[in-house]
Design a protein around this ligand. Structure first.
Ligand code: SAM
Ligand code: MG
Length: 214
């Protein structure tokens, strides 16, 4: 049977990236997606904004919603302070299998915990499964109609504290209008847009950074 795009992306990494070098894994994926096949990674341009937010927050607890091939997972984990683990959730087992191999290849497996399942089921279990009280940083990049219900779930489960940072990808393209309207108007958040472009294209897209005020 024909290979899938994530499998081809993995093969490019195995062939061209330096094992144990996260930056080389990231650059190899970006090159593959610019020159061979577009894929829904946050990409290099928005990735630079993601990097700067992760460095600024320097989180002790971090959650990613939507792993796909593990591109942003590797990107975030390489910048985490020693001892911090990134929990990343992915409900597609084929994508999760590829992501595990990309994470291993990058050498960051000790900093990452990939959990297979749906965010709506797993968010309420974060305390029980990982002893998490609150997240310092959450990267939202799963299906766009889940951003709003899932931050409401994070609020309900008391997984946000005063000062927790939410960073949401693709708020313009494909777009998350209900989420944007909520974080921009709710007194619970202070929110700011970072203008950029959809991964590997010139189409406008951006990241929304929202501070939970509690
Ligand atoms: N963050 C990745 C990156 O930048 O490299 C890209 C993630 S991709 C845009 C979105 C992923 O979220 C897909 O792999 C999809 O299967 C997964 N996903 C969508 N809804 C989900 C949910 N409710 N729970 C867990 N995973 C979900
Ligand atoms: Mg995205």
């Amino acid at each position: 049977t024909r290979s899938t795009r994530p499998q081809r992306l993995l093969r490019a990494v195995q062939k061209k990236a330096i094992k144990g070098d996260p930056q080389s894994v990231i650059s190899t994926i970006d090159y593959f997606c610019r020159h061979s096949e577009w894929a829904m990674n946050v990409g290099d341009e928005k990735g630079a904004i993601l990097d700067s937010v992760v460095c600024e927050v320097s989180p002790s607890t971090a959650l990613e919603l939507g792993t796909y091939c593990g591109y942003s997972t590797v990107r975030i984990a390489r910048l985490l302070p020693p001892g911090t683990k990134l929990i990343t959730l992915e409900f597609n087992p084929d994508y999760a299998a590829v992501a595990r191999q990309i994470i291993e290849y990058s050498g960051l497996q000790d900093k990452i915990c990939l959990v297979e399942g749906a965010s709506g089921d797993l968010i309420p279990k974060m305390q029980e499964l990982f002893g998490i009280k609150t997240f310092d940083f959450v990267f939202l990049d799963h299906w766009k109609d889940r951003y709003l219900p899932d931050i409401k779930l994070l609020e309900e489960c008391q997984l946000l504290r005063k000062g927790s940072i939410l960073l949401a990808d693709n708020v313009i393209c494909p777009g998350t209008p209900d989420y944007l309207e909520y974080v921009r108007n709710s007194p619970l958040y202070e929110s700011k847009y970072f203008k950029s472009h959809l991964e590997y294209t010139k189409v406008e897209d951006g990241l929304e950074k929202s501070v939970f005020l509690g």
